[in-house]
Design a protein around this ligand. Structure first.
Ligand code: XMP
Length: 305
């Protein structure tokens, strides 16, 4: 486990040395990794850091507001409303890797514009240890690893939490006094809710997934899952009132893990599962069914795409 008392001042000093008198940017994702990297970098270089939060429209419920509140103290914070551009680019795209690719590309375009505007020479990233392992192993194209520096001509990349595991990053977050919600919030994939809707990304599916994820996070908090989520996995027949409907199928998933590389599906009590089902179908007319995913990783992944 990381010794935060020594890690924090050392990380700040190192960032300061690497960046010198130059400017830097960081892409905030709403997650704990980039939040911690941003907080450390801000301690090191103050307003010469421009934190950029791109609202892709694929974020969790309330995430944008939470970012605004948490980083309110950084005057250089930029919040970019890019929802329409992301959804436009994703129209008609159904292949999972293609979806990731489109999101990654659009993200780069948005970020590149802001970085140029901020006159930034350095890129700060919240890459953690498991991100590097998975990317190097070629398991999947994590869009927050690699990519960016090839497009934007930075003098250097600074990755203050690159050797830490997720639980260590959380410990640093608590030590830095970051908002409890940020420090404790479950990991969320870079491509956001796009990997929690199978097939084409539409606003309707995103709304179902966003609300369902919110219900699941609330109801399963007591199980302290490493990650709990809901995904829109297809359509099936159901009955609403007197009518047969063809509604969305929402799959609920809750896993224990240390680093996301392997995971175990959690055993959830029936009453809680039923409450989740009733809230998700009750809050959304278009949901016909809720199922619980009992598969571990491997053979399944944690996300659905
Ligand atoms: P999978 O679905 O591969 O996910 O079992 C393992 C962990 O990684 C997260 N994840 C991502 N994180 N960019 C990220 O930053 C991504 O593209 C991405 N895809 C998956 C996932 O939420 C889980 O915690």
């Amino acid at each position: 486990m990381v010794d935060v008392e020594t890690f924090v001042p050392e990380a700040i000093e190192e960032i300061g040395e690497e960046i010198g008198d130059a400017n830097a940017v960081i892409a905030l994702s709403g997650g704990v990794d980039s939040s911690v990297a941003a907080a450390l970098a801000y301690e090191a270089i103050g307003e010469r850091l421009t934190p950029v939060y791109v609202d892709t429209g694929l974020m969790r419920k309330g995430e944008t507001d939470q970012i605004r509140e948490t980083f309110d103290y950084m005057e250089s914070l930029r919040i970019v409303d890019a929802k329409d551009r992301f959804l436009g680019e994703l129209e008609g795209v159904t292949d999972p890797e293609e979806k990731r690719h489109v999101i990654g590309e659009q993200f780069i375009r948005e970020f590149e514009r802001e970085a140029r505007d901020a006159d930034a020479d350095y890129l700060v990233q919240g890459t953690i240890y498991p991100d590097r392992i998975e990317s190097e192993g070629g398991i999947k194209s994590h869009h927050n690893v690699g990519g960016l520096p090839e497009v934007v001509d930075f003098d250097g990349i600074v990755e203050p939490v690159r050797d830490l595991y997720k639980d260590e990053v959380r410990e640093v977050a608590r030590h830095l006094g970051l908002d409890e919600l940020v420090a404790e919030r479950m990991p969320f994939p870079g491509p956001g809710l796009a990997v929690r809707v199978i097939g084409e990304v539409t606003e309707e599916k995103l709304d179902v997934a966003r609300e369902a994820c919110h219900v699941v996070e609330e109801e399963l908090e007591k199980y302290e899952p490493w990650q709990a989520l809901a995904a829109v996995i297809g359509k099936a027949t159901g009955v609403k009132g007197d009518n047969r409907v063809h509604g969305w199928v929402v799959s609920v998933r809750s896993v224990d893990s240390r680093d996301g590389m392997t995971a175990r599906a959690q055993e959830i009590d029936w009453e809680t599962l039923q409450r989740i089902q009733s809230r998700i179908t009750g809050e959304n007319e278009t949901v016909a069914r809720v199922v619980y995913d009992v598969t571990h990783k491997p053979p399944a992944t944690i996300e659905y795409e």
